[in-house]
Design a protein around this ligand. Structure first.
Ligand code: HEC
Ligand code: HEC
Ligand code: HEC
Ligand code: HEC
Length: 161
């Protein structure tokens, strides 16, 4: 009897040690929640072509300027509502907070379409970034209220690179 108890204890100790070393299993599977935002410039180190094209042609690359010039006519609370679409990852883990705290995220960057890139920047694995985009990835900002007819098909490469 004492042997089974001893083994039981050992098993628990091992399970506990495993959790200490590897983290709670749930958070491992849900790595989506561990991804944070890094800003477009970090992507440019490896994707120079996309980065240069984005900086040069996409309106998103200047989307903070669009709201900044209108700030005077808005209350602070109204101004904050613009962040959801005109900045990167506002109210999400590691996302935009303010122009001064997170300047690298002040425009709507690569990650508004491709999702938070911290894990992919480390691993360089295509699987760690969203490369397979659909209209759903645009609709949070290009919603029907704002854009009467947002036709995804001709626009899929528009506003990107
Ligand atoms: C350290 C280098 C590096 C950085 C930094 C980097 N990537 Fe990548 N990325 C890669 C490599 C390598 C691939 C795989 C290329 C291939 O298979 O042809 C890739 C592939 C991709 C793909 C295609 C994924 C697919 O499903 O095929 C996308 C989209 C992408 N990266 C976006 C980004 C974004 C957005 C950022 C910034 C958040 C970024 N990358 C930062 C190296 C990098
Ligand atoms: C986080 C919000 C957000 C998401 C997600 C988003 N966009 Fe945008 N997009 C904007 C904003 C904001 C502008 C306007 C920027 C400005 O002019 O200040 C814009 C502008 C555009 C434009 C105008 C032309 C140009 O050169 O920029 C196109 C086209 C576009 N987006 C396509 C897309 C597509 C396609 C997707 C999905 C794959 C997408 N967007 C996802 C916020 C977003
Ligand atoms: C729900 C998402 C969303 C919110 C919130 C939002 N915008 Fe936009 N805004 C967009 C999109 C998408 C476009 C691009 C429309 C297009 O080109 O089809 C845009 C375009 C603009 C433009 C035109 C830029 C240009 O010259 O091309 C201005 C200015 C602007 N927004 C200001 C604001 C201000 C100020 C706020 C806050 C009061 C705000 N937006 C809130 C999504 C949003
Ligand atoms: C408006 C949304 C949008 C933005 C912003 C955006 N991309 Fe993309 N990206 C796309 C789309 C759409 C594809 C094509 C995916 C497909 O074929 O389904 C793509 C594909 C890619 C690929 C795969 C290779 C290729 O060119 O097809 C890479 C790498 C990539 N993007 C990097 C970036 C980087 C780096 C930035 C920022 C500098 C960025 N993207 C910004 C929408 C976007």
């Amino acid at each position: 009897m004492s042997r089974t108890t001893g083994r039981g204890k050992a098993a628990w100790a091992l399970a506990f040690a495993t959790i200490l070393v590897w983290g709670w299993p749930v958070s491992q599977a849900g790595s989506e929640t561990d991804k944070t935002y890094v800003g477009s410039e970090a992507c440019g180190e490896c994707h120079e072509t996309e980065y240069e094209s984005f900086k040069t042609y996409s309106k998103k690359a200047h989307s903070y300027e669009s709201i900044r010039v209108m700030k005077k006519g808005l209350t602070e609370a109204e101004f904050v509502t613009c962040f959801e679409c005109h900045t990167t990852g506002h109210r999400k883990a590691g996302g935009f907070r303010s122009e001064h705290e997170t300047p690298e995220l002040k425009d709507a960057g690569c990650e508004v379409c491709h999702g938070p890139g911290s894990l992919h920047v480390e691993s360089q694995e295509p699987d760690d970034i969203n490369g397979d985009l659909t209209a759903k990835d645009c609709e949070t900002c290009h919603n029907s209220d704002r854009v009467a007819a947002f036709d995804y098909k001709p626009l899929i490469y528009g506003g990107a690179h």
